[in-house]
Design a protein around this ligand. Structure first.
Ligand code: ATP
Ligand code: MG
Length: 620
């Protein structure tokens, strides 16, 4: 405002005042306009700030929600992975996965489908649906044109509402959908396993207010990814278990024993092994591997085992013996191979019971041995008969010829002599044949032993007399030294067997002492045994013949012209066996022979057995 001067003249002053007022009014209006402008500007600015604030707040809110969602996603994925490794059963894992999925999405209805490309079928290891209930077939479902198959076929997530469903039906993409189809939205995502679509994870809503979105499809696809890798692992473990189970079943039911030996201990054995080795499996596994081996076989087995581990060539198949818990010796056949067991060297052994085979082999050997012996006996018999029968036959022949041609001219005593010769020769042959018969009889089984009370001294006296009368002058060549038990002393013995034993030993001693010498014959009781000794100073027996003396028809190489069939000592052996006694011989060529027989004595008749004791035929 301009400074105004007021004069004293009134008119002039009034005009001035009005002008001034108008100025002031103008100024006021201008100021007012300016104020309104500023106010409007301020209001506009405030409005934009508010809008920005609103916008920013919304943005921040959205960011926070995203963040929370991401956090939830991360937590859920972590939980799924962690549960997959927690050793749950497959179904329990899927159920837990379903619960965790529910933390991300509305997932009251959820199923997992696995596709078997080889069989062209679907399996539903997990199926929860509030409407379908338990009526759905879940195993080996043949492929058809349903919603699940649509996901598998397209290999993409599929979000399907009622409208899209109708369209897919119209297009012929989905013509065989099953279950309750009144869903509001159905969301299925494929699951990749081993680089191919091998299943689908599906959720569906029947709620009017729940519609799945594309972003839900993303979340479900993520979850499906986690499920697939877990399922892959479950399937691998399952396959491993199955193959392990298969091997275990094969091994445990194998007809052969299977053993793994490591660090000289058994670290694995199947049940069959226990029955073959004849010890409980836990015992075998707790002992060094050679614990049950026969001591004669153990060193070779251990050596072989070590050589195999050193990689040296070792015969992979061999036989050995074990001793069972009951102390029975068993033959086993074994095949061995070096393997790795728990990343260390070990031996895998297959064991079979070879007892039957070894027994058969042994029986075969015995039969063969018997056959050989029989052949030997036969040759010895032929040699003996052709030799020993020739002499008496020649005597008979000569005497008969003599009698036929000169009967009328021969004096009576010569005739009688010839008859006597014939009779002696026939007697000799008869005795030989009797011995042959006896041996043939004994070969069918042991001689019968019928013990009775025998007065040994009286019996031996009679026998000596018989022998002397039978052998005549030969008996006088030797100097007899006889020691017998006191007369009247009864021993419980089989008299017939005793006769065979003593008779043959004495006749040999006389026969094989062509130059005489002392003949010791002693019978004495020693404790519960009767000891019979027959010793001579005759021709003796070469060492190489001594082991065969008791075989039928066997004669030592030094008999020369002394006649004999080689049967006497085998009859002695049979008689001693039947009496459960023993016989031994000591001899030197040119010096003489000593035979000692020991017979067990029973002072009283055995009350339980009666007078007859069937002998066991135990070898002397
Ligand atoms: P036999 O059947 O007539 O008795 P053998 O006397 O020849 O005939 P063994 O009594 O079985 O038959 O004797 C077998 C063989 O043992 C005899 O041929 C003989 O070689 C040898 N031998 C047995 N006793 C004596 C002995 N005291 N001194 C020497 N050799 C003997
Ligand atoms: Mg004899």
């Amino acid at each position: 405002m301009n400074p105004r001067q007021h004069n004293v003249h009134g008119v002039e002053s009034d005009l001035d005042l009005r002008a001034q007022l108008a100025d002031l009014q103008r100024e006021h209006r201008a100021l007012l306009q300016q104020h309104e402008l500023l106010q409007a500007r301020h209001q506009a600015q405030q409005a934009s700030t508010e809008a920005w604030l609103h916008q920013r707040t919304r943005e921040l809110e959205a960011e926070a929600a995203e963040q929370k969602k991401a956090e939830t996603l991360q937590r859920v994925f972590y939980r799924i992975a962690e549960r997959a490794a927690a050793g749950l059963s497959f179904y329990d894992f899927l159920q837990t996965g379903h619960r965790l999925l529910g933390e991300l999405l509305y997932a009251r209805n959820c199923y997992i489908c696995l596709y078997n490309a080889e069989r062209q079928t679907l399996n539903f290891p997990y199926y929860v649906d509030e409407r379908d209930g338990d009526t759905m077939q879940t195993d080996d479902v043949p492929l058809r044109r349903g919603l699940t198959e649509f996901v598998l076929r397209t290999e993409r997530p599929q979000l399907i509402d009622a409208r899209r469903f109708l369209r897919l039906q119209a297009l012929g993409e989905v013509t065989e959908a099953t279950g309750d189809l009144s869903f509001t939205t159905w969301l299925g995502v494929p699951m990749q396993m081993r680089g191919a679509v091998a299943g689908a994870l599906v959720i569906q809503s029947y709620e009017a207010g729940v519609h799945y979105t594309e972003s839900d499809a993303d979340v479900l696809a993520f979850v499906a990814n986690h499920f697939s890798s877990a399922i892959e692992r479950y399937q691998a473990i399952d396959a491993l278990h199955k193959s392990e189970h298969r091997y275990r079943t094969v091994i445990e039911n194998a007809g052969v024993g299977v053993v793994v030996v490591q660090n000289e201990r058994m670290v694995f054995g199947n049940p069959k092994l226990a029955s073959i080795v004849g010890h409980p499996l836990d015992y075998l596994l707790s002992q060094p591997f050679d614990a049950t081996l026969h001591p004669d076989d153990a060193p070779a087995m251990i050596e072989r085992h070590r050589r195999r581990l050193r990689g040296e060539p070792v015969e992979p198949h061999f036989s050995f013996r074990v001793i069972t818990q009951q102390g029975e010796v068993r033959w086993l056949d074994l095949s061995a191979v070096k393997i790795e067991w728990g990343e260390a060297d070990a031996t895998l052994l297959f064991v079979v019971d070879a007892s039957a085979r070894v027994q058969a082999e042994q029986a075969q050997r015995v039969t063969l041995q018997k056959q050989v012996e029989l052949n030997d006996t036969k040759s010895r018999f032929i040699a003996m008969t052709s030799h020993e029968f020739r002499t008496p036959l020649a005597i008979i022949h000569g005497s008969v010829e003599l009698l036929r041609h000169y009967e009328d001219r021969l004096p009576l005593d010569k005739k009688r002599q010839s008859w006597q010769k014939i009779e002696d020769a026939v007697d000799r042959m008869t005795r030989m044949l009797e011995n042959v018969h006896e041996i043939g009889h004994a070969e069918g089984g042991p001689l019968e032993c019928r013990p009775a009370a025998v007065d040994v001294a009286a019996f031996c006296g009679l026998l000596l007399e018989e022998l002397k009368s039978l052998m005549g002058a030969a008996c006088d060549r030797v100097a007899w030294s006889v020691t017998l038990p006191p007369a009247g002393r009864a021993c419980w013995l089989d008299e017939a067997l005793l006769r065979k034993i003593v008779g043959n030993l004495l006749s040999n001693a006389v026969k094989y002492s062509p130059d005489g010498g002392e003949l010791v014959f002693s019978v004495a009781e020693a404790g519960d045994q009767l000891v019979i000794t027959v010793a001579d100073q005759g021709i003796g027996i070469p060492e190489q013949d001594q082991a065969s003396l008791f075989k039928s028809f066997y004669r030592a190489s030094n008999v020369g012209p002394i006649v004999g069939t080689g049967l006497g000592l085998s009859i002695v052996r049979d008689a001693v066996d039947s009496h459960r006694g023993r016989i031994s011989v000591a001899s030197a060529v040119g010096k003489g022979s000593r035979f000692v027989v020991t017979l067990p004595l029973l002072p009283h008749p055995p009350a339980h057995a009666g007078p007859d004791i069937a002998a066991s035929g135990e070898a002397a």
